[in-house]
Design a protein around this ligand. Sequence first.
Ligand code: EPU
Length: 416
Amino acid sequence: MDKIEVEGGVRLSGEVIISGAKNAALPVMAASILGPGENLISNVPQLRDISTMGKLLAHLGMGYHQENGGVILQSSDITSIEAPYDYVKTMRASVLVLGPLVARAGEAKVSLPGGCAIGARPINLHTIGLEKMGAEISLSEGYIHAKAKKLKGADIYFDIPTVTGTENLMMAATLAEGETVLENAACEPEVVDLANALISMGADIRGAGTRIVKIKGVTGLSPLNYRIIPDRIEAGTFLAAAAITEGDVGINNCEPGHIESVINKLKETGVEITHETDRLRVRGPARVNAEDIQTRPYPGFPTDMQAQFMALMTLAEGTSLITENIFENRFMHVAELKRMGADIRVEGSIAKVKGIRALKGAPVMATDLRASASLVVAGLAAKGTTIIDRVYHIDRGYESIEEKLKVLGARIRRIK
Ligand code: EPU
């Protein structure tokens, strides 16, 4: 298993280019099921999760290959309606094929994802929504089986705004008979990107990015030719890395409007951030001030940035209260940060982080994607060497992380 070794203490400086958003690319790839023919998607990051989705789509009978920073998906024929356990257990986002498969093929069998490192993460809201649209849902041998000759438009209210749930039902509704109204829908930029991709295929969708999304079913969709938005969480992670190292970094090809909550919070801690259209410049102070955060659905502070922000707060002046409201078990990085000397106490969904003067390098373990990013951020500022084990987690979501950090001067390398 690969490890990453970071020798801390270098002030990051220079320019970094942000990749396409993993969490936008995955649903857009699944949307290609809906447009029979050759689907071209560009600005797709080269990541493990992307190839897992590609392999899953190939398993359904589609052609899949990666080319020049993009993917080509040939979806003229769908020969299987099953997303097997092997794919779903590697990547929960595999459930994104559920909605489009039922809409196109009238049937889908998708392995039920289990709990994961950050929480139970049920998908009941996806299946309740499909049921409202007329699908017959059954569960057997760990698989959800959804069947509907033709889905029908419905009014669906989400008890909790769910990102992939909104995406699944939005895709299903594009080919349904009549209008579907999704209420309390997720507003994340990735949901909007999927809506824009579907609209470019001929779908009739209004209101994406607000709490109420209206989809009028159409009789067919054309293949995609679409460019994915920049990854806001990768951009946020580089903001944190620059801030914690007292660095001076230009973050290019990003969409500052998608991470305003993170930018504003970092500014409150004393980080200097200026922005142009698709570029941010960040300058870290000698020491940041402690600030509290509460993770919330978009446009609130993203749960996917909580761990990296916590890494920054371990070295802040003062005490920071970090409340995780989205997932019930997303503090796995705390024990690892403590191994580096951080002073953190967790009570329920709140972590109390008392800033210290210096972290010390240590061997640590990555437990999920964003937790591993937080350990890299902490390692960059720590005294001595940090060795991060199980970096396959980071490879799921950060394209060329060591190369990008090396360009900024970091002393980082992968141990095979
Ligand atoms: N929930 C339910 N029932 C459902 C669906 C969700 O109770 O049917 C709950 C979840 O358990 C959670 C909350 O609703 O407490 C929100 O979960 P959501 O469904 O929005 O999460 P997701 O769609 O499974 C996506 C991202 C995650 C990101 C979350 C929150 C993708 C592929 N994944 O997950 O990204 O943390 O939204 O923003 O888009 C990551 O990239 O590291 C990652 C985990």
